[in-house]
Write a protein that binds this ligand. Structure first.
Ligand SMILES: Nc1ncnc2c1ncn2[C@@H]1O[C@H](COP(=O)(O)OP(=O)(O)O)[C@@H](O)[C@H]1O
Ligand SMILES: [Mg+2]
Length: 335
């Protein structure tokens, strides 16, 4: 759906030039939830804002459905923007208007609907985001999570093909974050629209994204399906973001017996439901010590990760490794 090609964005600050995006190339498939993660100042907002030209790139192409939007005239650009909804961290609601009027606003701007049609559409949207009871309230009378539901209803009012979310859950507590993420996932499924979200939290990526790109200092350093990137991060920045999320502060140099071999085991799909360790111990009689472990989910798929130490002779350890691999467990030998 979106092809970003050799995108650069420089800002002039006084007499200096700051490079916010440096040769970004991205392919975002239709109908998926695509996450872009990076630290503060990495260039996430700048990148997301080039997708509807709120930010004009210095060079490069932003192709949406094949057409490079940087070449569009004003009228075409306005039409294209109606196909793109946007959700903000700070909600950006109109405080003097009711919930209903906030959601109606983009319908009025787009034009072509009667008052009754707009009303019907507002009711439908408020039902979808679970706010039917709150139509006549003002934003100040809502909780953060409810405000973001209004923001989402407003963003999808004109039935866009694409929804851009700039840190949509960063101002919310963990529980509310989960409920907003569940709503975004439901909208993606029910309406089939493509969602691009940016975040600094691995948790958000892990909960709902299909694909992820990692951005650092204006460059994409890693991209792929979430399970691949999350379970086998290659770039140092990705490793740090994953470690932060998993609280993976285990000191790999210390603990355990000095003689043992240390393995990181990762298993997904069917393997996550199997008593893997029991099987390996039964068949090889290996001594396995668990140093750290977690079983969790990426989107709707379970996965497990264990840091273990295996005792015994070299050939026994080789048999253990071989058996893990036959059981579909990814093994990474740490020492
Ligand atoms: N309007 C601007 N003028 C000058 N520099 C900017 C502007 N907007 C962003 N930047 C700089 O570009 C870089 C990326 O910013 P941003 O895209 O907001 O990062 P993120 O959203 O990942 O926190 C930062 O170094 C920031 O200071
Ligand atoms: Mg930002």
């Amino acid at each position: 759906m979106i092809h970003i090609e050799q995108l650069h964005k420089d800002y002039r600050v006084g007499s200096r030039t700051v490079s916010a995006l440096n040769n970004v190339n991205l392919h975002i498939p239709r109908g998926k939830i695509f996450g872009i993660i990076g630290r503060s100042g990495a260039g996430k907002s700048t990148l997301l804002r080039t997708f509807n030209l709120l930010e004009r790139p210095t060079r490069g192409a932003v192709r949406i459905n094949g057409a490079d939007i940087t070449t569009l005239g004003k009228a075409e650009l306005d039409r294209m923007r109606q196909q793109i909804g946007m959700v903000f961290q700070n909600f950006s609601l109109l405080s003097a208007k009711t919930v209903g009027a906030n959601v109606e606003f983009p319908l009025k701007l787009a034009g072509g609907h009667s008052k009754e049609e707009r009303n019907r559409r507002v009711d439908e949207l408020l039902e979808l985001v679970g706010l039917s009871e709150h139509k006549d309230k003002y934003p100040a009378q809502l909780s953060g999570g409810q405000k973001q539901r209004v923001g989402i209803a407003r963003a999808i009012a004109n039935a866009p093909q694409l929804l851009l979310c700039d840190e949509a859950t960063s101002a919310l507590d963990p529980e509310t974050t989960q409920s907003i993420l569940a709503l975004l996932a439901e909208i993606n499924q029910r309406l089939g629209l493509t969602i691009v979200l940016i975040t600094h939290e691995m948790q958000v990526i892990r909960s709902i994204c299909d694909n992820v790109a990692v951005i650092e200092a204006g460059e994409i350093v890693e991209t792929g399906p979430v399970a691949d990137v999350f379970l086998h991060p290659r770039h140092a920045v990705t490793r740090r973001l994953v470690a932060e999320y998993t609280h993976d502060d285990f000191d790999l140099a210390g603990g355990g017996a000095a003689s043992g071999r240390r393995l990181r085991l990762t298993y997904t799909g069917e393997a996550a439901y199997q008593p893997i360790l029991t099987r390996v111990v039964e068949q090889t009689r290996a001594q396995i010590t668990i140093l750290q472990g977690a079983v969790s989910r990426i989107k709707d798929k379970p996965y497990g990760q264990l840091l273990v130490e295996i005792g015994g002779a070299d050939e026994e350890a080789a048999a253990v490794l071989d058996l893990f691999r036959r059981l579909d467990v990814h093994c990474e030998v740490i020492n």
